[in-house]
Design a protein around this ligand. Structure first.
Ligand code: ADE
Ligand code: ZN
Length: 326
């Protein structure tokens, strides 16, 4: 109970959150209704019942359908605002959120609508909840690099509203090396970059993300543990891993929570953080992830402090801002 309280009340940063993955079934139905969209599920319970996944792809198939109710600027606002209000209760004080711009562009939703709505909510989050934020455009790796390059060109007028770029979606068969050019361009433009790697894919994909994409963080990174030399390198470089325990369980990256490797990561010197990934689909927000770890692993007070400190250390904020949390 003491550990739970500590986890709950610690100020935290969330560094791995897909805003479309925070779309709760209730809001999803409300937006479908508002936009005159017919869903293939009769109600919220039927939709929730479909949230049972054997792997990443089974989740992604339903996740891309779910986000199709997002049409107007107001929808992106409501989605983002609901997330901020929710994590405010978890004592999350800084968030760095991904959005899947290409999925929305392919549905005919302009970047202006997407970024406009998300950014307006982030501004209100700072003003009304005191939550600071960064916005990360995440490229979809199941699409060709040319699509990512076109998206970057389209994003030119909005670059001042973006803080970084990421890489997500179906991992296996879409290695980081396929995105070296678009990531080089993002870095040339002065942006921070991160990539999902080692979630389902091998340690080799984490290596590629480091060597070829030159990422500032690794999202997930679980399979780094299969390669001792890679672990030493990640540790030496102080690279932050944005780990997502409930996501790992729901997508069967780990078989049970008591076998989750996050404490092993810390023992080996890896800078792991705790994040929710897609909380509406995986059964919980940041504190729920801490709760699951505490319930199933021999977590100590020091581990909790370490995980929370790592979240601020890995944040793309100034050293001055970090100093106020560390
Ligand atoms: N998109 C949303 N969540 C994701 C995840 N966990 N892995 C890859 N792509 C994603
Ligand atoms: Zn993710």
């Amino acid at each position: 109970a003491e550990l739970l309280q500590l986890a709950q009340r610690m100020p935290k940063a969330e560094l791995h959150l897909h805003i479309e993955g925070s779309l709760e079934p209730e809001l999803l139905f409300r937006l479908a209704d508002r936009n005159g969209i017919r869903l293939n599920y009769p109600d919220v319970n039927a939709l929730r019942a479909a949230y049972a996944f054997n792997n990443l792809q089974e989740f992604l198939d339903i996740y891309y359908i779910g986000m199709s109710v997002l049409r107007e600027e107001e929808d992106f606002y409501d989605l983002t605002w609901a997330y901020l209000e929710r994590v405010h209760r978890d004592n999350v004080v800084h968030v760095e959120i991904f959005f899947d711009s290409q999925a929305h562009l392919d549905r005919g939703i302009p970047l202006e609508v997407q970024i406009g709505g998300i950014r307006r909510a982030l501004r209100d989050g700072l003003a009304q909840l005191g939550i600071s934020s960064k916005l990360i455009l995440s490229f979809l790796r199941h699409l060709p690099e040319a699509h990512a390059l076109e998206t970057l060109a389209l994003a030119q007028p909005f670059l001042d509203q973006l803080d970084g770029f990421g890489l997500d979606s179906s991992e296996i068969g879409h290695p980081p090396e396929q995105f070296a050019r678009v990531f080089a361009r993002c870095r040339e433009l002065g942006f921070r970059v991160t990539a999902h790697a080692g979630e389902e894919g091998p340690a080799e994909y984490v290596r590629q993300a480091l060597d070829l994409l030159r990422v500032d963080r690794i999202d997930h990174g679980n399979h780094s543990l299969d390669d001792a030399a890679l672990v030493r390198r990640l540790t030496a470089e102080g690279k932050i891993l944005t780990v997502c325990p409930l996501s790992n369980l729901k997508l069967r990256v780990v078989q049970t929570m008591d076998r989750h490797p996050i404490l092993t990561m810390l023992e080996r010197g890896l800078k792991a953080t705790v994040n929710s990934d897609d909380p509406a689909y995986f059964g919980g927000y940041v504190n729920d992830n801490y709760r699951a770890l505490i319930a199933h692993l021999p977590v100590t007070r020091e581990d909790l402090y370490r995980l929370a400190r790592n979240s601020f250390e890995g944040a793309w904020i100034s050293e001055e801002a970090k100093a106020t949390y560390l």
